[in-house]
Design a protein around this ligand. Structure first.
Ligand SMILES: NC(=O)c1ccc[n+]([C@@H]2O[C@H](COP(=O)([O-])OP(=O)(O)OC[C@H]3O[C@@H](n4cnc5c(N)ncnc54)[C@H](O)[C@@H]3O)[C@@H](O)[C@H]2O)c1
Length: 260
């Protein structure tokens, strides 16, 4: 029997006092959702391999009264997450929320010429890293009675893109992995969803030549790139109790890119 959410409960109050882990938290989309969660009273474990930037994000969150714990972790190392709980203060860490935003992109090259080394790097960060993080978070979410996970896929998780075989394959993988995990853990009270951003101006796009930027902008019916704040809005919705009947879904936040 469906019971209505208590209308007196303030939206997003579930985040106050909860624990979250955010990968890729030193920059771009990960940093934006980490800041948003901290502003709602969540203790956020900030995971990234970039120690200096991670420390800077943690410091600025704490200066604004938020609770952030930086943890230098390379998401391609399956055992690195387990070492998180050996950090002081994180011994019994059991996140209710998990966002997987760590990702890389590498210069374009056709599939027939694509360097094997780049293939391995992109797949290990963008796909295996998401699996390792969920492999860490899910048993701990089960132990605490449930949770909500949002993985950052991409429009390239739904379309083939020339010159980006590894990124396209990894992001299709993130969509599939999220669906499988959603099915596996629905009965455990864990929801798993994806957000598929269109282009967002973050350091990930630094390598992109100006002519590619123009062409990419034109592919978004809204005529611009998105912002990290717009992507965070969607992540927050999927993490939150505003979406308790949503799991295994992939929400495009793409200015209409996938509508074509
Ligand atoms: N920017 C876009 O246009 C766009 C579009 C669609 C999807 N995405 C996805 O959104 C996510 C966030 O990207 P962003 O745009 O914020 O990029 P970003 O470069 O600003 O941030 C990515 C973060 O991931 C971290 N990272 C990379 N490899 C790591 C590793 N091995 N271990 C730990 N951390 C690692 C980086 O240090 C960086 O802080 C990525 O998954 C990306 O693929 C981005």
């Amino acid at each position: 029997m469906h019971s209505e959410t208590d209308p007196k409960q303030a939206p997003f109050s579930e985040f106050r006092g909860a624990d979250a882990v955010v990968t890729g938290a030193a920059s771009g989309i990960g940093a934006a959702i980490a800041r948003r969660l901290a502003s709602l009273g969540t203790r956020v474990v900030l995971v990234d391999r970039n120690a200096d930037q991670l420390e800077a994000v943690g410091k600025s969150i704490r200066e604004q009264g938020g609770n952030a714990v930086p943890a230098v972790v390379d998401v391609t190392q399956p055992d690195a997450f387990a070492r998180l709980v050996q950090c002081r203060g994180l011994e019994g860490f059991a996140p209710r929320f998990c966002v997987n935003a760590a990702g890389i992109d590498l210069p374009r090259s056709k599939t027939g010429d694509y360097p094997v080394e780049n293939w391995d790097r992109v797949l290990s960060v963008n796909l295996s890293g998401v699996f390792y993080a969920m492999r860490f978070a899910i048993p701990r979410m089960i132990a605490r009675g449930g949770g909500s996970i949002v993985n950052i896929a991409s429009i390239m998780g739904h379309r083939g893109i020339e010159g980006q075989p590894a990124y396209t394959a990894a992001k299709h993988g993130v969509v599939g992995l999220s669906r499988a995990a959603a099915l596996d853990h629905a009965k455990d009270g864990i929801r798993v969803n994806c957000v598929s951003p269109g282009y967002v101006d973050t350091p990930l796009l630094d390598f992109m030549p100006a002519e590619h930027r123009q062409a990419a902008t034109a592919k978004h019916p809204l005529g611009r790139f998105g912002t990290t704040s717009e992507i965070s809005d969607a992540i927050l919705f999927l993490l939150s109790d505003q979406s308790t009947f949503v799991t295994g879904a992939c929400l495009p936040v793409d200015g209409g890119y996938l509508a074509k």
